[in-house]
Design a protein around this ligand. Structure first.
Ligand SMILES: [Zn+2]
Length: 54
């Protein structure tokens, strides 16, 4: 997991604990090894709210 800077949680308006995650419901493509590459989404470490990039 990666800590993201410069993003703000739309729910609690804090931006210091935003973590990047994978949106497992949304496969963007499969790489050359056949592994699925997922879309990005974010989770707020303060309130637990999950949101997608705009
Ligand atoms: Zn939040």
């Amino acid at each position: 997991m990666t800590l993201i800077r410069g993003k703000t949680c739309p729910q609690c308006k804090k931006g210091d604990r935003i973590i990047e995650m994978q949106d497992k419901e949304k496969v963007l493509y499969y790489n050359m090894q056949g592994a699925p590459q997922y879309a990005r989404m974010f989770k707020c470490g303060n309130c637990g709210h999950m949101f997608k990039p705009e």
